[in-house]
Design a protein. Structure first.
Length: 641
């Protein structure tokens, strides 16, 4: 053994030998030590060892990104041959992922079979010998046992040289005995060429598809006890049935043809798998362009000027020949909604349609300033982010809306929530420390939702520490005061509004709630308190309602009211799309191709980019400057959900 080689733990074993993790000059390597039977007589004579050493020297020179490098080898009479290769991350069996891995293997075989002179047949292509780098690039391992074909054609070589379950039928003797890994007449050579590797790769590909190790029946040998060859479709019937109607099934069938002449070459197989990779990438692009659940295919129309490309498209889209969009001869201005009728029709019911209409108003005075437009688009960003939060909380297909109940101590927040959740009044309730939450199923516009109601502590020390965090994560807030405690309205509610304006000025829904209406001492005090509550709500522009947890007055209504306000403000009619898109993103391969358009990304990201660009316009233009209508409609046309 080399003095600078330190052998460590066993990491695998195969038909030819055991593989150990090791270090060579301090660098991690893999060491394969051949089984004893391969260096006993007659293989241990000088001629055989000399020939094996000569082949190893050729293999040591192989340099390809999809072939494991043979770093060194030790061959002597005193000990079994030892092959030292680069150490990779894991084998395919531990990381079966995509067709791109098998494409790498095909490229490696194409190098061995066609690019290297003389050709080399690997002889043991199996999932255990397909290793992956940390970058998930596949490499063919165990090349130390490959066979050089000097004439580039079929040669007489050892029978069943690799793993029997992956071996091609021409490598077997008709009387092969699996107990001894040889025929009953010994290990007399059989004739085969590079196509045995294609067969083995087909079996490995079938393993990737089924997720199961190959299991030929009744055994590894493709011959019956009488020496009759079994067709592969029967020999591997179970494995083939497990593939179902997989898109790579036909490629597998080509690779495992009984006749090697009918199998594709490694170069042909590489082209087949490249086409499959290309199809997968195009499907990803189409899926990434999807609007909701509707995939988008892009078709480009090319041609010289004045060949009618635009008219052709317009006729297809609008079902009529396009009218000339130009001023009339009498000088009368055409309204923008008429002049741009085709463009407007293509927008459909897009959520930004109203903003577009504001921007292309015929009168410049009616168009929003850049500052106002920035605020509009930021509101759209906020709505999308809130939808994502609601979708991410979903339990199964049921989205979850969070409503926080705020107020100072003893205004009845916990009793109000308890009455809504349990449909009865609780005489004794424990004070809330920090926060607590309840989940209630609710229907909003015939759609099922879960309402997560958060109860908060009213004590000042909790209000100042916990309230800001709860405000940031909520879609709606109930501001509760006690109708018999004027300071809970005049002092407590403004304090809560201060937190909201600081943490979430864009909160979708606020509702002022006067609680304990059943405890009012007289009709006169009720009128005064009600009017004060209404006046307060009007000043802040928020809805107002009075409730009683004890009598149940308006308890159901207050929670239904805020839930509907949230639904309408955020337009949650498309929340199912956000839920399905969130799940698709969670399992998407991370190396998705980038978008082709200038405004990359989706949803709120796009609106953020638009808003930032409009902000920059504010720096260089007057605050009341109006956007150029034609430029902006073209600009905003790139933005879609």
């Amino acid at each position: 053994m080399l003095p600078n080689l330190e052998r460590k733990e066993l990491i695998g074993s195969g038909s030819f030998g055991n593989v150990y993790r090791a270090e060579l000059d301090g660098k991690p390597v893999a060491v394969k030590i051949l089984h004893e039977r391969y260096f006993r007589e007659p293989h241990s004579n000088n001629e055989c060892l000399k020939k094996f050493k000569a082949e190893c020297k050729i293999l040591q020179k192989l340099q390809h990104m999809n072939v494991v490098t043979l770093l060194d080898f030790i061959i002597s009479h005193a000990s079994p041959p030892m092959l030292i290769t680069e150490l990779l991350d894991c084998d395919l069996r531990k990381y079966i992922q995509t067709v791109s891995i098998m494409l790498d293997v095909a490229k490696g075989l194409a190098y061995l079979h066609h690019e290297h002179n003389p050709p080399i047949v690997h002889r043991d292509v199996a999932s255990k010998n397909i290793l992956l780098t940390k970058e998930r690039q596949a490499k063919i391992a165990d090349v130390g046992l490959a066979k050089v074909l000097p004439k580039g054609e079929q040669n007489y070589c050892s029978p069943v040289p690799g793993t029997p379950a992956y071996a091609a039928p021409e490598t077997f003797h008709p009387d092969y005995d699996p107990r001894f890994f040889m025929s009953r007449k010994g290990r007399s050579p059989v004739e085969y060429g590079t196509k045995i590797d294609i067969f083995s790769l087909g079996i490995a590909l079938m393993e990737v598809i089924t997720g199961k190790l190959p299991n030929p029946q009744p055994g590894a040998s493709p011959f019956t006890s009488d020496g009759v060859q079994i067709p592969e479709k029967y020999h591997r019937k179970g494995d083939i049935e497990r593939m179902g109607e997989h898109k790579l099934k036909e490629i597998v069938f080509l690779c495992i043809e009984e006749s090697s002449d009918r199998r594709p070459s490694a170069e042909e197989l590489t082209k087949m798998l490249q086409r499959e990779c290309s199809k997968i990438e195009q499907k990803k692009i189409i899926a990434n362009r999807a609007r909701g659940e509707i995939p988008t295919i892009e078709v480009t129309v090319l041609g010289q000027s004045n060949v009618g490309k635009t008219c052709l498209i317009s006729r297809f889209v609008n079902h009529k020949f396009p009218e000339i969009e130009a001023p009339t001869y009498d000088g009368e201005q055409i309204l923008e909604k008429d002049r741009r009728k085709g463009d407007i029709k293509m927008m459909g019911e897009h959520k930004l349609k109203e903003i577009v209409f504001l921007c292309i108003e015929d009168s410049s005075d009616k168009r929003p300033s850049a500052e106002k437009l920035t605020e509009m688009l930021r509101q759209e960003c906020s709505k999308i982010e809130q939808k994502k939060i609601i979708a991410n909380r979903a339990v199964g297909e049921i989205p979850v809306i969070e409503v926080t109940v705020l107020g100072i101590s003893n205004v009845g927040k916990t009793c109000l929530i308890s009455r809504f959740v349990n449909h009865k009044f609780s005489e004794r309730v424990a004070p809330t420390y920090g926060c607590d939450h309840k989940h209630v199923s609710i229907k909003i516009h015939s759609k099922d939702f879960t309402l997560r109601v958060v109860d908060t502590a009213g004590q000042e020390r909790f209000r100042r520490s916990i309230t800001p965090t709860l405000i940031r994560r909520s879609q709606g807030i109930l501001l509760v005061y006690d109708v018999n405690n004027p300071s809970s309205l005049s002092e407590g509610v403004p304090e809560m509004l201060h937190f909201i304006n600081r943490e979430r000025p864009d909160i979708p829904s606020l509702l002022l709630v006067g609680n304990k209406a059943d405890l009012m001492e007289s009709e006169q005090s009720e009128l005064v308190v009600s009017k004060e509550g209404e006046r307060f709500a009007q000043n802040y522009g928020i809805p107002f309602i009075e409730t009683s947890a004890q009598s149940g007055k308006n308890v159901e209504k207050v929670f239904e009211m805020i839930a509907e306000n949230i639904y309408d403000y955020l337009d949650l009619s498309d929340i199912d799309t956000f839920i399905s898109n969130g799940r698709r993103d969670a399992i998407t391969v991370m190396n998705d191709p980038p978008r082709e358009r200038g405004l990359g990304g989706t949803g709120s990201k796009k609106f953020s980019i638009v808003a930032e660009m409009i902000d920059k316009m504010e720096i260089t233009t007057h605050k009341k400057a109006k956007l150029n209508q034609a430029a902006f409609i073209q600009f905003l046309g790139h933005v879609s959900y």
